[in-house]
Design a protein around this ligand. Structure first.
Ligand code: ADP
Length: 191
């Protein structure tokens, strides 16, 4: 199995690049944001719990998202690899992921970290808010909170994987094709 984390702040292009990576390599895409939005749409208890936090730009509790990933791993036996998108977002989530993957005798091969400036992130998210239907993309103060949560809690996740030499930094500004090419080069150097 080849498992990777696509890492980066909100608006760094993880969703866009995930789609392309999946089309090329056949990874199973696990996006905690997508799973949470589908729980909200289906009106589940978990969705209800998550919605108010997401609307304020705050993280959902670790136990909730770790449980979602545990279920997703169980439901997808035999895949050739997982692409984690928007997870892990805290060091506790990263530690839990290592343990979970260990149960399947596998691990994370690489963390591809997209780097985008803050002004560009805000511009992209506001622009996405015009069409995405995502309530957390419309309001600049919610966008600000999401970026702050990233800086306070999530950025350190890259340091966690750096200890194991698993992080590759990729410039996330430029054309979608250029960025995709750099991502594939990193993957192919490690596959
Ligand atoms: P983005 O990367 O654009 O912020 P996501 O779809 O990844 O969008 O996440 C949207 C929201 O869902 C986050 O702001 C957060 O509230 C919640 N969320 C998603 N993944 C996690 C996670 N791993 N841990 C905690 N909260 C999460």
């Amino acid at each position: 199995m080849f498992n990777l984390i696509l890492f980066g702040p909100p608006g760094s292009g993880k969703g866009t690049q995930s789609e392309r990576l999946i089309a090329r390599y056949g990874f199973k895409h696990l996006s905690t944001g997508d799973i949470l939005r589908s729980e909200i749409k289906n009106g589940t208890a978990l969705g209800l719990e998550a919605k108010s936090l997401m609307d304020q730009g705050q993280l959902v509790p670790d136990a909730v998202v770790i449980g979602m990933i545990r279920t997703a791993l169980k439901e997808n036996p035999g895949v050739n690899g997982f692409l984690f998108d928007g997870f892990p977002r805290t060091n506790a989530q990263a530690e839990a992921l290592d343990l979970l993957l260990g149960e399947y005798n596998t691990s994370i091969q690489v963390v591809l970290a997209l780097q985008v400036s803050k002004t560009e992130l805000i511009k992209r998210l506001l622009n996405r808010g015009l069409t995405s239907g995502r309530t957390d993309d419309v309001n600049e103060s919610v966008i600000g909170s999401r970026i702050e949560e990233y800086e306070r809690k999530t950025a350190a996740v890259a340091d966690y994987y750096k200890k194991f030499n698993k992080v590759a930094y990729i410039p996330g500004e430029g054309s979608v094709d250029e960025i995709f090419k750099k991502l594939t080069e990193e993957i192919e150097g490690r596959i």
